[in-house]
Design a protein around this ligand. Sequence first.
Ligand SMILES: [Mg+2]
Length: 274
Amino acid sequence: MQYIVYTDVDGTLVDENYSYEAAKEAVEELIKREIPIVFCTSKTRREIEVYRSQLGIKDPFISENGGAIFIASSYFEFDYRYDYELSSDDQRYRVIELGTRYEELRRKLKEIEEESEGTFNIRGFGDMSAEEVAMDSGLSLQEAELSKMREYDEAFKVRAGERARIFEKIEAKGLHFTVGGRYCHILGDNDKGKAVKILNALYEKKYARVKTIGVGDSLNDLPMLRAVDIPVLVAKPDGRHESIEEERGIQIRKEEGIGPLGWKHVMEDLILRR
Ligand SMILES: [Mg+2]
């Protein structure tokens, strides 16, 4: 039986200072045991590539809230459906595209703002300079540049009181929204769960029997958590867990430990100490 680990990044594998130090040893141990670690995050491909190369992870990944799945071309030995191939850094990927293209999302968000005749003040990453994104998010300037290279999801800020009305408009335009740790997101008919299910099927073909673990910290992880055998929430910086399971009928394991520390704990408990 093969374990597959799906993990959110912000607030889960990395803490509020974007450090994965607390989880690093557990990551290395999983790599040694050839257990796939699949990033499943609102981050962009370019941001994920940095973490993957720093940690030495070569497994597929899911970018921008399920917008696309990137699989190294030689990763699965059998044929499967994909949309296009892409070369990036020294990698060649097969890409399974699930989301709506970024330009289209930007256009719809602008329409919503214009139709509100000045009521809504929507600030997307596409409206901000890299410096602004860095200041606002705490990312370094270089990381902010990578996070602006968006393909299937626009991250944006609005005044708190306007959120619900803007979300309504987004749905009315046939698009969807999600709320992450820091930003709201507009996206197409994709979510983390749909992407996880596609990869689950590919892994089942590869290994026959798999056991999937999903680790997250926020509401936007719920579709991923629903698509795995063992859903896990790590604690938020205040030590509490996102309260999402009671009203949504899903039994989630709440791991003690904030972000990457909780990540380490759960991997030790489920896999490494067995
Ligand atoms: Mg998160």
